[in-house]
Write a protein that binds this ligand. Structure first.
Ligand code: TRP
Length: 434
């Protein structure tokens, strides 16, 4: 074994880093809306079952694969069987493609923090946001700025970069989230917002809703790409995988729900229709903020919250491919970060221009940004997840043993892994491609 390979200094550091990697834009701008639109509490119960009994399984396996082999995804797959090496490269491809759209959003967040900090507030955010994106340079520069801000941490290494960033940003994130939630629920009409999110509606129970919950769970838990494998590869041998995975799931879900508790009371107390994604965060919410009490601090805290979520997730995305260059190709970490950042920058530029200059450049009828989002969420992640389940369930059983332990619950998970979960993800891929 490689003696100089870094390890997390404590279990808490690992938990903060993996929660930081999992909690991202997916939790804040997608989950609350999906839950509200798909039947509120009914969706929540379904989602909890899906993450606890389906998505927890590949999550445990990924962490176990990293922990056992102590290597990057390409080397892990190669160690399991040289024939599988190609799938390691598919992981790295995913790890390069996701940042290319994710970091564009990071750039917008930086821009909005600057707007509010300098009190430079536009009168109409809808007009402002489309003007920002039709500029040929600004979105690219913002994306590159976000890339640099994020890349600094893997550049500095596991312990003094990634660990430190998460140790500082995640507690601050939690503090700001709770503060905003308290502020939001004390607004007039907050109840309406909470009702939108939580009210159970059994009529909305459809197959689509199940697929939606599965897709969301994979993305939010960062499963299927090797990010968790990479973080797992820095684990100490005594770590209990199952316990860590469920703790991670608990906090990821709690934070997603709290994000909704912040967003919907604010939206409803201003009589605005709930939306999701870029429209929610960069148009609807800022427009509301400016008319609210404590507008500037609330807006700055909200965008800082998003920034921390995006940076800590971005770190886990970059680290996956950096780790591959370091472990598999024996390239020095600093050089590896520069190479990966350069490749990311190359593909992130056309993605950043997808809302303006390159809006008419379409792949399968989608802008480059949307195409990257679509192909990773609908194909690459479910495919990577299916592969991990087949390896753990049938090909390399020592991984499942490490992942689940030998208690009764572990046995239940192992049964699900072999006979249920692969079918589920095969169906996800099938429907996603149709
Ligand atoms: N989970 C993050 C979010 O919810 C995004 C993310 C980070 C991710 N690393 C990943 C998604 C790896 C898939 C794979 O925003």
């Amino acid at each position: 074994m490689n003696k100089t390979r870094p390890e997390w200094t404590s279990h808490l550091s690992f938990m903060l880093a993996s929660i930081g990697g999992a909690v991202g834009l997916g939790n804040i701008w997608r989950f609350p809306y999906i839950m509200g639109k798909n039947g509120g509490a009914v969706f929540l119960v379904l989602y909890l079952i899906i993450i606890a009994f389906i998505c927890a399984i590949p999550l445990c396996l990924e962490l176990a694969m990293g922990k056992i082999y102590k290597k990057d995804p390409v080397s892990v797959y190669e160690a399991i069987s040289p024939k599988l090496k190609i799938f390691g490269f598919a992981s790295i491809l995913t790890a390069i493609l996701i940042p290319c759209f994710y970091f564009v959003v990071g750039g917008w967040i930086l821009n909005y923090i600057w707007l509010f900090l300098t009190n430079n507030i536009p009168s109409d955010f809808s007009v402002y946001f489309s003007a920002l994106n039709s500029n040929p340079y600004v979105p690219c520069l913002l994306t590159l700025l976000f890339l640099i801000v994020t890349a600094i941490f893997p550049y500095r290494g596991i312990n003094s970069g990634i660990e430190k960033a998460n140790n500082i940003m995640m507690p601050l994130f939690a503090f700001m989230l709770v503060a905003l939630a308290i502020y939001a629920v004390t607004l007039p009409n907050a109840k309406e917002g909470l009702e939108f999110m939580f009210n159970p509606n059994f009529e909305k129970f459809t197959a689509d809703m199940v697929l939606c919950a599965l897709g969301q769970a994979l993305f939010t838990l960062s499963i299927g790409m090797g990010a968790m494998m990479t973080y797992g590869s820095y684990l100490k041998p005594e770590t209990n995988i199952k316990k860590s995975a469920y703790t991670l799931i608990f906090f990821d879900t709690l934070i997603a729900i709290l994000a909704g508790v912040v967003i919907f009371p604010i939206v409803f107390s201003n009589g605005i229709e709930p939306t999701a994604g870029a429209t929610l965060v960069f148009i609807s919410l800022p427009q509301i903020f400016v008319n609210m009490p404590f507008a500037i601090p609330v807006a700055v805290i909200f965008f800082l919250l998003l920034l921390f979520a995006a940076i800590t997730s971005g770190i886990s995305l970059l680290e996956t491919s950096v780790c591959c260059l370091v472990d598999h190709y024996k390239i020095k970490r600093k050089k590896a970060v520069v190479i990966i950042s350069a490749i990311t920058a190359l593909f992130a530029v056309p993605s950043a221009l997808s809302f303006g200059l390159l809006a008419d450049f379409k792949i399968f009828d989608k802008t480059f940004f949307d195409f990257l989002d679509y192909i990773t969420s609908n194909f690459l992640l479910p495919f990577g997840t299916l592969l991990i389940c087949l390896i753990g369930g049938w090909y390399s059983r020592n991984i499942a043993k490490e992942a689940f332990g030998t208690d009764l619950f572990g046995k239940v998970l192992d049964f699900l892994l072999r006979f249920v979960v692969p079918v589920v993800f095969a169906l996800v891929i099938y429907t996603g491609l149709n």
